[in-house]
Every structure is written in structure tokens, then in C-alpha cells.
Write a protein that binds this ligand. Structure first.
Ligand code: GLC
Length: 426
């Protein structure tokens, strides 16, 4: 399926793009590209790069990383600190640019024609002190996935607040279990202690009017009544509407429960849309998506901004070929294929008006505004300290969800720790 779509789409337009992206090649290079392998990422990567390999004569192999972005970051840092020349390209999370900028080459001069095709805010997120650290390959903004069939069967509406979601999930779960559907759960999400929990919890806090942990001007805002109320509600979920094991779930564990038909609601990124509609999915055709709920009497929902980019290592000995591949993966043609086969949100503006995409992956045009209004994690104000800030936040949240201290206690302690971190400079 993936290959058929890719062949039909890449066609001659891609050949032109590849020719423009690659320039003339002196000798064939064998590149190494590191990336997390969530969902069908490995297969999608192969499909995307084959035409580039044929056109340029270079080859590239994917070095798969753990699914957790937190684990990837740790590994990347070690390789880069050691000046590893074996890895040519790194697939990088949207939050990493300020922390890894020294280790990658400046792509500004190479992407002068390509950069203006992307949303300016995304290019900006990958620009550190004027240096274009990475080229965007897709962006991310989560959805609330819900089972249309189960809501209809039990006479329930799609919830628009977290409080309603808690009630509806409970009602449908109870009714299904009473009929003998013992494995059903109300709501699955990302509760493991890692970057994904920072994303989920930022959405609860922000939608309850509790701010963004650290505000764009550097103010530490997390210790407030609204944030406490958000975490108090979320801490009622594990073991009631969510499996107790949700405290160890990342994206793929949540998708596993959802896609086998065992959840009424799921919070996940758009990649789960095409996989959920795949032939091997038990929920194919049975679900839809909506924006994440609002909460605590506030009326703005919040979606955390995610997304992935490609950076060229300054230690690579194949820079020309690596730049060519980075440009190709960020090009409109490659992004279109990625969107068609993996329902990743493109960063190329025009693809939101593309008819093939609207037909094959209707979530994409619907999600343009969600992505444009998505809330960034505080990586810009906390710069090189972002990873520590995030780790302290997800730990405070994970403790609260596990019943280890109250939300009020954990957020007070978090505020103190963040003040200390800020005091040592960020
Ligand atoms: C998705 C997002 C990424 C985020 C990660 C957290 O991959 O695109 O930005 O950090 O999820 O698990």
C-alpha cells in the first residue's frame, strides 16, 4: 500500500526536486541516518529514500533508535559529544535545536529556496542565533481520538471538557464491561516518566488556564491553582478510566490498546490516524478525531507542538550527500508522500491545500489550525536547560499521578527546583 502510493506520487516531480536538491555528485556515499522508529517509521523512511538513492547514486541506512524521544536525546548527546563521524544525519525533535545547535552545520545557505516554502514559525524554531540547525520534515499536534460506534451505542456525545471526558469514558467503560467486554478502557494516553508526559501534562495545565510551565519571558508559572486543579483531575484516571499501566505508556503502548479496539478515547499524534485506518486495525472506519478538551471552566483547548527535523552532523565526512538528503526529505514532494503514507502533518504550507492529501488523509487539512495554535514547550526560554526543566516537570507530574505527594506539594517543590535551575543560568 505504502509503496503504491509513493510510486504514484513521487513521479517526475520528485526527480526534478531530487536533481535540484542533490546537485552534481562526485562519488557515491553510504550515509547513516539515526531516527526513532515509532509506528511504521522504518518502512516509511525506506519508501521515501529509494527514489533519492536511485537518482543520486548514494545509499542511506537508517539506524533505528529507541521510541522514546528522551532516550534518543541521551544517545545523540553522547555520540555528538564524542564527535562521532559514523552518523551523518540526525532526526531531531522540535525542542532540541537550542541544545544541539553547536554540533550541526548551518543549513541556511543550502536551503535558501526551500525554507520559504515552510511555515515561518517552524523554520524559526530550528534557527538558533541565526543558524538554521535542522530542516523540518513534519510537525505534530495531537488529537483526541474517539470511537464513534461506542459513543453512539451508549447514547453519549463527544466530550468538549476534560470533566465530560472523564464522565463519558467512565459511562461507556462501565456499560461495555457490564456486557462482558472486559478488556475495554475509557482513555489511554502517555503516562510514562519521559518527554511524552511533559506534552500531555502541558495540555492539561494550559487548557485549565494554568500557563506553560515557564512562560516565553522566562517567568516560572507552574505553581498555581489552575495547574493544581488540572493535575488533580488527571490523577483520578489511572486505575479508573485508564489502565493502571498507563503510568508506563508511551505513544505506541497507547496506540496498541486503542488499535486492538480496547479504548474509547486516546490522546495521540496524527501518525496514529493512518495506522488506525490500516487493514490490520480493529478500529478501521470506527473512529474520528477532535481537538483536545478544555477544562476547569476555561474555554481554550491546548495541543502541544511537536515535530521532527533533519540535521547534518558537523562530524560527517559525507556532508554534500547528507545535505542533499536533508533537503530532499524536507522538500514538498517527499513531505507529500510522508503525509499520504503516514498522516504526519506537513510543514510545507501548500500541502494543506493538496487534493490528494485531503482525500487520503482528511485529518491533515482539518489539523492546520490546531497546529498553528499549538503550544510550544518552554525550550526557547530555558535554552540549554530545557531537558532538565522538562525532566523535573514530568517527574512532578508522574509522582502526582502515582499518588506520591499531592499536586499542590509536587508543584510547589517543582517551582523551587526550577527557580534554583534558573538561578544557575539558562
Ligand atoms: C512526538 C512529538 C515530539 C515529542 C514526542 C514526545 O514524537 O513529535 O515533539 O517530543 O512525541 O513523546
Amino acid at each position: 500500500m505504502i509503496r503504491t502510493i509513493a510510486k504514484a506520487t513521487i513521479g517526475s516531480a520528485a526527480a526534478t526536486a531530487i536533481a535540484a536538491a542533490s546537485g552534481s555528485v562526485a562519488s557515491a556515499a553510504d550515509l547513516k541516518y539515526v531516527s526513532g522508529a515509532v509506528g511504521n517509521a522504518v518502512e516509511v523512511f525506506r519508501t521515501l529514500v529509494e527514489p533519492w538513492e536511485q537518482e543520486t547514486g548514494h545509499t542511506v541506512s537508517l539506524v533505528p533508535m529507541p521510541a522514546s524521544t528522551t532516550d534518543q536525546f541521551g544517545q545523540y548527546r553522547l555520540w555528538l559529544a564524542a564527535g562521532n563521524a559514523d552518523i551523518d544525519l540526525y532526526q531531531t525533535d522540535v525542542i532540541w535545536a537550542p541544545q544541539l545547535s553547536e554540533q550541526f552545520i548551518d543549513l541556511n545557505e543550502h536551503a535558501a529556496d526551500l525554507a520559504p516554502l515552510h511555515f515561518p514559525s517552524i523554520i524559526e524554531s530550528q534557527t538558533v542565533n541565526g543558524k538554521l540547525v535542522a530542516l523540518p520534515i513534519f510537525t505534530d499536534a495531537p488529537a483526541l481520538y474517539y470511537r464513534m460506534d461506542l459513543l453512539e451505542k451508549h447514547g453519549q456525545e463527544v466530550p468538549s471538557t476534560w470533566e465530560q471526558l472523564t464522565e463519558v469514558a467512565r459511562a461507556v467503560q462501565d456499560a461495555e464491561r457490564a456486557e462482558g467486554n472486559d478488556s475495554i478502557w475509557g482513555f489511554v494516553w502517555q503516562g510514562n516518566a519521559y518527554e511524552g508526559l511533559t506534552c500531555d501534562a502541558l495540555e492539561w495545565v494550559k487548557s485549565f488556564g494554568g500557563g506553560q510551565i515557564v512562560e516565553p519571558d522566562g517567568t516560572i508559572s507552574i505553581n498555581n491553582e489552575n495547574a493544581i486543579a488540572a493535575l488533580e483531575l488527571a490523577s483520578t484516571w489511572p486505575g479508573t478510566i485508564s489502565p493502571p499501566g498507563v503510568l508506563a505508556y508511551q505513544e505506541e503502548e497507547a496506540r496498541g490498546v486503542w488499535q486492538t479496539g480496547n479504548a474509547v478515547f486516546m490522546r495521540n499524534w496524527p501518525y496514529a490516524y493512518s495506522l488506525g485506518n490500516g487493514d490490520d486495525s480493529a478500529v478501521k472506519g470506527l473512529f474520528d478525531v477532535t481537538t483536545l478538551p478544555t477544562g476547569g471552566g476555561h474555554d481554550t483547548s491546548a495541543a502541544t507542538l511537536g515535530g521532527w527535523n533533519v540535521a547534518v552532523s558537523k562530524y560527517s565526512e559525507n556532508q554534500e550527500a547528507a545535505i542533499s538528503l536533508a533537503k530532499y526529505l524536507a522538500s514538498p514532494e517527499a513531505q507529500k508522500v510522508r503525509t499520504l503514507v503516514a498522516s504526519n502533518l506537513p510543514t510545507i504550507i501548500s500541502l494543506y491545500d493538496d487534493e490528494d492529501i485531503a482525500r487520503e488523509q482528511p485529518i491533515i487539512p482539518r489539523w492546520k489550525d490546531v497546529f498553528l495554535q499549538a503550544v510550544p514547550r518552554p525550550s526557547a526560554p530555558t535554552k540549554v536547560k530545557y531537558n532538565e526543566v522538562s525532566a523535573k516537570f514530568w517527574s512532578a507530574v508522574h509522582n502526582t499521578l502515582s499518588g506520591d505527594g499531592t499536586a499542590a506539594e509536587n508543584l510547589e517543590l517543582l517551582e523551587f527546583e526550577l527557580e534554583e535551575l534558573k538561578g544557575s543560568g539558562w
